[in-house]
Design a protein around this ligand. Sequence first.
Ligand code: HEM
Length: 888
Amino acid sequence: MSDTNDITKLVSASGADTDIRSEAAVVAAGPFLGGGCSGSHISPTHTTTGQPTGTKFAKHVKWKFGFWKRLGVPSPDYFPYIGGMAEIQKQGIYEFDKNLITKYGRVVGLQIGGNPSLLIADPEIIKNISVKEFSKAPNRFQHFSGSKNEMRHGLTAVEDDHWRFMRNTLLPTFSSGKMRKMDPLLRVKYKLLLDSLKTNADEGKPIDFKQTFGAYTMDVIASLGFGMDINSQTNPDNLFVKYTKELTNFSLSPLTILLVLIPKLDIIFDYFNVSPLNNRRVMDFFKSAVERAIEMRDDEDKNRQDLLQLMINAHKDTDKNEMEEEQAIQDDPQKWKKRGLTTDEVTGNAIIFFIAGYETTASTMAFMAYCLATNPDCQERLINEIDSAIGQELPTYDNVQTIEYLDRVLNETLRLYPPATRLSRVGKTELDIGGYKIPEGIELAFAVYALHRDPEFWPEPEKFDPERFSPEKKSERHPYAFLPFGHGPRNCIGQRLATMEIKCAIVYILQHYRFKTCDETEIPLRHVKWKFGFWKRMGVPSPDYFPYIGTMREIKKQGIYEFDKSLITKYGRIVGMYLGSNPSLLIADPEIIKNISVKEFSKAPNRFQHFSETKNEMRHGLTAVEDDHWRTFGAYTMDVIASLGFGMDIDSQTNPDNLFVKYAKELLTFSFNPIIILLVLIPKLDIIFNYFNVSPLNNRRVMDFFKSAVERAIEMRDNVDKNRQDLLQLMINTHKDTDKNEMEEEQAIQDDPQKWKKRGLTTDEVTGNAIVFIIAGYDTTASTLAFMAYCLATNSDCQERLISEIDSAIGQELPTYDNVQTIEYLDRVLNETLRLYPPATRTGRVGNTELDIGGYKVPKGIELAFAIYALHRDPEFWPEPEKFDPER
Ligand code: HEM
């Protein structure tokens, strides 16, 4: 038996112990949130976020970002890629920031997506950065530097000298003189607002103020800024409103969340023009609207005093040689002064003014109405002050400023509900912040919301109390504890306009009406937190999960085994989970599993399809394999499946670069691909990916290879082969030329299920199955072989016993289907290997009808996930579950 001994040595000498074990961890850890990103890969300029590879998952490690730790900045442990996002979503930004500040102090290291950022809640430091040392951090942090949309030319995004030039060009538009001149235009709009309120108010109907004020602010910015009468107040379906909403809503869009999680994705999204930040439909609409407005201006308009005219007047035909011009300016910043705005800049700013002027102002007005309605004494006082200050005069830029209490009410509203919950800067150089040396390029985030409710500056912070803004109270407080418009040279350029717009409208309304609460008013207002309530509502035990990320995050952290085990221990054998945004039910009760998979099979005969829209030839779940160690067994099983299944001698054992192997691996490794992770997180994305043919599940190159390989194999079969006994031939024999009128045929079958019996397999079905067999036959078998070798190598007594049973049962006979079945101990070893290392760590079904599972009524369509791995190591069924013991 010297041969056998040699093989044993070979296995251990090639590092089977550690390598297989680490791969076992890979299998168990599963295909989750990839990225070879560790703390050390994060450079201060965010240039490297690492590449996802299978091998980097070699250990069950809890992943820590070390960036802030190394700088000595207090910071919590974060989960990579998700970082603070998960917690922000769970707690809401206010609770999140507040908790951090309470726990770690006024300077806290954060991790948002793959980027470190520094949360700052110290008014003195904020003052330093935004005023005293302005030149060191004059720009905002750009999360999506690669974006190609028009807004990158706008004031909020441009940087350094370019920004300075643009800000100076635009600033005159917002002077108090200009505001005064806009009074007549504004009057038209607030009168229209009152008209639109009147109908409902007079009938005592509730009014949705967010929507009503949104139409008003849209009209104001269009008219004052661009001389356009879009009248969205009378025409709520106005395209401007629609598109601006689409733009302003994007911050909640799942795609935007993804972009924050994985900033590099924006390159993909941009490339395919599907980025929400680069929404061409929306951008093109604004672009053509602005272009039309420019065209329509005639000579008379030259003297108009609106934003657009100022930008046009500054627009000195610099477009012609823009690139050269730009270069010259880079070389000599003084030149900024000499040039006008380019068309792109005019458009970019126009869009930014629409966005900045719409949502912020409308939401402030809606909160102000809410605060007045819920604080009637304040409202009465305000009405009295209006009466005595201006009576029934029409509100103007100047006269509303004489109503002192109005200013306090507005400020107190902005304190409680600042539209910008955080402000951002980025250092151009290393900065000393609270004694820490913060490298250039790190986002500095001012915690506006948290500061506005900090009891150190605002006693009883949750209370609405305009008196906080009396001159006495103001003088007692650090001015930088209040930041609704920011501070310093880069503060809100539209502050005057916004204030005038809000004050005039509120005064005009209060000259005629009072705000009152109604049944629909939510008191108190809840902070919007995002929780999935599906399982809670059904009464199924389930932990709190973060939407979209759900289970994935924990699985990645703990590994699937620990994860399932801890859930079962804590919540019982039926646990509600969310995988991405899909609820799924973890089941670890053998009796229930038996029920679903056998007794009530007809009610749940199918697997859950995570990617329902996927159009590839194969719909099958996979595990990942990516390591040389798998080559031996992998190549063997690949050869076997190719030969036995398809009569192809691909010989990948001697030719490891064989295309078959290459493509099969490509299929098998895709589960580590970040895009797959995205697809699990947000299943609907696959529609987009499919549309652009970039879905990894729809990898045409790979699929086409297999399809043509199978087609060629079918063609090459001649009459002699008809009697071959391989999978392919069997499938071909059933393939009775049904392709011709496949659609009709399919329809007929849908109508009459009996017809299934009469037809053969279509070409697509043969191909699909061929691919599924390759995958199912390759990975699962190869991994089981590898684990079996590992178990034998690490349990030499078992191996010796197996060898002697082989010797006595078949000696040196060649193994066959029949004779290996006589080696009883072999079966035990195989089963024990499969118990410890089941290639499918979970399997599942989906009900086609409501199912009673452990007393819970589970609606149809929910994934039912059987916790195979956890069950296989459950001490209730397997004493000493971690031990390899074929005697079980
Ligand atoms: C209640 C209403 C508004 C609030 C609370 C608000 C708030 C803010 C805040 C906090 C900033 C960032 C300041 C900083 O980084 O320090 C900002 C910037 C800006 N806002 Fe406003 N804003 C409002 C209305 C408007 C309006 C009506 C316009 C224009 C028509 C506007 C245009 C801008 C622009 C262009 C910037 C960028 C300035 C720059 O980078 O130089 N905002 N706003």
